[in-house]
Design a protein around this ligand. Structure first.
Ligand code: SF4
Length: 402
C-alpha cells in the first residue's frame, strides 16, 4: 500500500500558490525548483529586513505566552527595568541609511535604471517611515516572528512582520506592503491577515484587536477589525481543501493570469510545443477556427439587427406572426421581475431580515414577499421595489403562413 505523503505546514503563500495552480506548487514545494529573481521581490525583502532591524530594539517581548502559567509583565514593569527597550535605542536616520546600503542587493532588476529607481524609492520610504515611527512610538511585542500552529488539524505557519500592543492592551498585527496599490478591501478580504490572526491567537495570551496592512509608499495603515469565527471558518475550509489536494498529490496545471509570471512554462503541459511534424496541419485548423469565429461574430450582429428591425415593424403594425417565403417568424414575449439589492436591503435591515435575501435572486425576494410571517408593511414596500422587464424574441415555425 502506498504511504500517505507527509503534508508540510501551509504558509499563506504556499496556500495561495496551490489555489492558483497545483502544478506550480509542486514545482516550488516538492521539486524545489528555483525561481528567477525579480527586482520587486528583492526590493520588498530588503525594505522588510531594514524595518526589522529598525524596530527590533524596541520590542517588549513579555507579551508572548510561553506557557499557560506565565505571568505577563506590564509595560510599566518593562520600562522600569535597567536597559529596557524604551527610549534611547532608536537607530539614527544615518544609521538607518547605512544599514539600507549594506543590505541592498542588485538581484533581479532588469536594468541599472530600474535598480536605481527602486533604490531611491526605498530610501524615501524608510526615511519617511522612520520620522513617523519616532513620532508615533509604537509598542511592538515582536518583529518578523515565526509562528506555527495546528488549526483544527491543519498545520499552518507564517512570519509576521510586526505585532504591536494597542493602547487598550490587546494585540495588533501589522503586515508591511511595498506594493504600488492597496485598498481597504485588500485589508478586509486578506486571507493572509486572517491566517496571521489565527497564528497569533494560538500563540499569545491576549486577544487580537486589530489587523493592519501597512502601505509603505503612502504611509497608510489600512486597519480592520479582527475576523469573526464564521469568517475564519471559510478560510479553514479552503485550507482543508488545499491540504486534501496536497495529500492526494493532485497537481493539475491550472492556467490563468499567474502563467505570465511562472518560470516553469517549459515544463508545463499547458505550454508544451506542438511537434514539428503536426505543425502545418494544426496551423491550418487554427486559421480556419479563427475565420469561423470572425464570421460567427459578424452573423450574430446581423441576426440581432434583423430581429430588431422585424420587431420595430411588428410593433408598428401590431402583429405577432410574420410570414416569410419558407417559414413564419413568431414574436414571443418573456417577462421577468428584478429587484435591486441596494433598494431591498435597507428595508430589511431594521427587521433583521437581510440574511433572507443573501444572494439577491428574484425568487428569494418573491419568497420573502409571500411569507405571511413577515410584517405586511415590509412585504409591501419590498414588492414595490421590483421592476418588470419584458424581453421580446423571435422563433421560426415551419410553413409560410399562407
Ligand atoms: S505555466 Fe501556468 S499552468 Fe503551467 S505550471 Fe505555471 S502557472 Fe501552472
Amino acid at each position: 500500500m502506498r504511504a500517505v505523503p507527509a503534508v508540510p505546514a501551509l504558509s499563506y503563500s504556499s496556500f495561495r500558490t496551490y489555489q492558483e495552480c497545483p502544478l506550480r506548487w509542486r514545482f516550488l514545494y516538492v521539486d524545489r525548483l528555483p525561481e528567477t529573481p525579480r527586482g520587486y521581490f528583492t526590493f520588498g525583502r530588503v525594505v522588510h529586513s531594514i524595518l526589522e532591524e529598525l524596530v527590533a530594539p524596541l520590542v517588549v517581548p513579555s507579551a508572548r505566552r510561553v506557557s499557560e502559567s506565565d505571568r505577563q509583565r506590564t509595560l510599566d514593569e518593562w520600562h522600569a527595568q535597567p536597559g529596557s527597550a524604551s527610549a534611547g535605542h532608536w537607530m539614527s536616520s544615518d544609521e538607518l541609511l547605512a544599514a539600507y546600503d549594506r543590505a541592498w542587493s542588485s538581484e533581479g532588476y532588469t536594468s541599472p535604471e530600474e535598480e536605481s529607481r527602486y533604490r531611491a524609492l526605498g530610501r524615501e520610504i524608510l526615511l519617511r517611515y522612520y520620522d513617523l515611527l519616532v513620532r508615533e512610538r509604537p509598542l511592538p511585542v515582536s518583529v518578523e516572528e515565526h509562528l506555527e500552529a495546528r488549526w483544527d488539524g491543519i498545520p499552518v505557519h507564517g512570519y509576521i512582520d510586526r505585532i504591536d500592543r494597542t493602547p487598550a492592551g490587546g494585540l495588533e498585527i501589522v503586515d508591511y506592503k511595498t506594493s504600488r496599490d492597496l485598498s481597504n478591501e485588500d485589508a478586509r478580504d486578506s486571507d493572509q491577515l486572517s491566517l496571521y490572526q489565527v497564528l497569533v491567537e494560538k500563540n499569545y495570551a491576549e486577544p487580537v484587536e486589530g489587523l493592519t496592512l501597512y502601505h509603505l509608499r503612502s504611509l497608510t495603515p489600512l486597519r480592520v477589525a479582527p475576523r469573526e469565527r464564521g469568517e475564519l471558518a471559510g478560510l479553514h475550509d479552503r485550507l482543508g481543501t488545499v491540504m486534501d489536494g496536497i495529500r492526494a498529490e493532485a497537481y493539475e496545471p491550472t492556467p490563468g493570469r499567474q502563467c505570465s509570471r511562472c518560470d516553469f512554462q517549459d515544463r508545463c503541459p499547458e505550454f508544451r510545443a506542438v511537434p514539428a511534424a503536426d505543425g502545418e496541419r494544426l496551423r491550418g485548423l487554427v486559421d480556419r477556427f479563427e475565420s469561423l469565429r470572425a464570421e460567427e461574430t459578424r452573423l450574430e450582429g446581423e441576426l440581432r439587427r434583423t430581429a430588431e428591425e422585424l420587431h420595430r415593424a411588428a410593433e408598428e403594425l401590431g402583429v405577432h406572426r410574420v410570414p416569410g417565403s419558407r417559414s413564419v417568424a413568431v414574436r414571443r414575449r418573456e417577462e421577468a421581475w428584478q429587484y435591486s439589492l441596494d433598494n431591498v436591503r435597507p428595508l430589511l435591515e431594521k427587521s433583521g431580515l437581510t440574511a433572507r435575501v443573501a444572494s439577491g435572486t428574484p425568487e428569494e425576494v418573491r419568497r420573502l414577499v409571500r411569507d405571511t410571517t413577515v410584517d405586511p408593511e415590509v412585504r409591501r414596500r419590498v414588492a414595490e421595489t421590483g421592476a418588470r422587464r419584458v424581453k421580446w424574441y423571435w422563433d421560426l415555425e415551419s410553413g409560410n403562413g399562407t
